[in-house]
Structure formats: C-alpha cells, structure tokens
Design a protein around this ligand. Structure first.
Ligand code: 13P
Length: 305
C-alpha cells in the first residue's frame, strides 16, 4: 500500500517516498522515481552503505575522512541511499561536530547495556546519546569471536540502544566451521531470535541487521558469492518475518565481509540485499564514494521497469 507521497525536488525527476508497493513486492524503504523523459515510474529500493572503522583512524584521521566523504557524496540523494560511519569511541565527539546526521549517520562499535554503574572500561547508552549517536552496533563478529560476547548480551545491547532511541545494528554470521557442517541457517536463526528477543513490532524502525559471515571478514576473509549471500539474506528476512510479521520488510539487511569494488555491484544487485557494510574498501573516502556510486547504478539497472 502506498502510504504517503511527497515531492520536494524539482527538475527532471520528481520523487516520492513510499513504503512497499502494490505491484512490486519490494522489501525495505523505497521511493518512486518518476522518469518524465521515458514516461514511466520506477520503484527504487532505498539502499544503505556504511563502514565500520574498527580500531583504525585517530580523531584527526576520522574527521578528515568524514569531511571528504561528505563532500564526495553530497550529490547522492539520501532518499536513495543512507550513509553511516562507525568510528572508534575516541573520535565520536569530533566526528559528530564534523558531519550533519542528515548526510552521514554515526554510530558506536559497541556499548554496555546499563546506564551507569561499576563497569570499568565500559561506555553506556547515555554517554553515546549525549554525543549525538544515531546507532549502536551489537554483535560484530570481532566482539563475538575475539571478546567472547554471547547472543544474550547482544540482546541486552539491542534493547538498551532502542530504549535510548538509537538504532540497533545487529551483526550476525556463521563461522567457516559452522558453514562446513551445514549449520549456517541454524546459526543465523539463533542469533536473530536471541538478539531480537522481546522486541516489539513498534521498534522495527530502529532495527537494522548486517549479515557478516565470519569467514568472509578481514584480511584473511574470502568474500561470499552473491548467490550465497542472497540465499542467507532470504533466510534472514524469512526469520524476521516470523519474529515481527509483515512489517519486518522495513528492516534493512546489509551484507558485510570483504566487500570490494569488484564484488559490490554483484552483491547489491541481489533482491534481498539492502545495503553494504564495508571495512577495508571504505577507509579511503574517494574509493568508498566511488563504490557507493557504482553500487547505486548497478542496483538501478536491476530494478523492475
Ligand atoms: P572487511 O570489509 O574489511 O572484510 O570488514 C567488514 C566488517 O567487518 C564490517 O563490519
């Protein structure tokens, strides 16, 4: 059902935001692109592009990176593509002063779920909210596998982020061993069902998911094939539907793990992949901007006419 139609831009293309469509069962937020030259309406799905800066980049490097990225992506419609960057804790305050949230959303790589207390070395949701963070990541594979975090802990982080009105980006993914045993569906379903346990339909607008197979991440990772990623994304969307019903189609599901300029277009062309969560290939602003641009083009080329 078309819920609302807003046209704010003038020029060759009129634009209208829609959620879902009677003709094309698109998933996630979408917008209508009214191509007047060709006299047709194209339904284009909103895409998401983000980078986790991990334990790289100082405060100065982060702010320079953000300035460049904002500059090099300023012509990209944020109705078409949502951009987000997740710097390290020390850079968050300066990062917030550097970019407008309407241009680039900012998030934290981790968070403790309590508001305050005797938790030495931890950062609370109140502290992140104070810095103007838009989102919090929970369950990145490096948190799970290097620091031994559990699904039940990711669930507490997700709930806490939502309670403080920040988006929760839940990362899930199977290890290479689990994949070899044929356990990927079970692992992903478990991580989703525990990670989102006790969350209501009303909180859907603040939920994001990143599928990042552990075997695909980092310098020793092998990128997932677009077909394999699509298969897992379908399973993730099906599980989200079991958890939240039909409105679950609003939850963007991003792929991450050795995304690079060679595979980005193939991945984003897949119907169940709503965005790309990029590490190394995004850490130079001009290269990331180019990757985003090419991915948007590839996705548009695969829209139903
Ligand atoms: P790489 O793209 O460097 O494999 O990292 C992906 C990642 O971990 C994003 O969170």
């Amino acid at each position: 059902m078309i819920k609302c139609a807003v046209s704010t831009r003038k020029g060759r293309f009129g634009q209208a935001l829609i959620w879902g469509s009677p003709k094309f069962p698109v998933y996630g937020k979408s917008y209508l692109n009214l191509d007047k030259r060709k006299d047709r309406v194209v339904i284009v799905k909103k895409l998401y592009f983000g980078s986790n800066l991990k334990m790289y980049k100082t405060v100065q490097e982060t702010t320079e990176y953000l300035k460049h990225l904002a500059e090099q992506t300023k012509d990209i419609s944020r109705e078409e593509a949502e951009l987000f960057i997740i710097p390290s804790y020390t850079a968050l305050a300066d990062a917030r002063k550097t970019v407008d949230p309407a241009q680039i959303k900012l998030g934290a790589q981790n968070m403790f779920w309590e508001e305050q207390g005797q938790f030495t070395g931890e950062i609370s949701p109140i502290m992140l909210k104070e810095l103007g963070m838009d989102l919090v990541m929970a369950g990145h594979s490096e948190r799970r596998h290097v620091f031994g975090e559990l699904d039940t802990e990711e669930n507490k982080k997700v709930k806490s982020a939502l309670a403080h009105n920040m988006k929760a980006l839940l990362c899930i993914g199977e290890t290479g061993e689990e994949k070899d045993y044929g356990l990927s569906p079970e692992v992903l379903r478990t991580q989703l069902k525990i990670g989102f346990h006790g969350i209501s339909q009303g909180q859907i607008p603040n939920l994001w998911v990143a599928y990042e197979p552990v075997w695909s991440i980092g310098v020793n990772g092998t990128p997932a094939s677009a077909d394999y990623a699509e298969e897992m994304h379908k399973l993730i969307k099906q599980t989200l539907k079991e958890l939240f019903g039909k409105p679950s189609k609003e939850i963007p599901v991003l792929y991450g793990g050795s995304v690079n300029p060679q595979n980005a277009e193939q991945l984003i062309a897949m119907p169940s992949i709503d965005g790309l969560f990029v590490g190394r290939a995004a850490w130079e602003a001009d290269k990331f901007a180019q990757l985003i641009r090419r991915a948007i083009k590839a996705r548009k080329a695969n829209q139903p006419a």
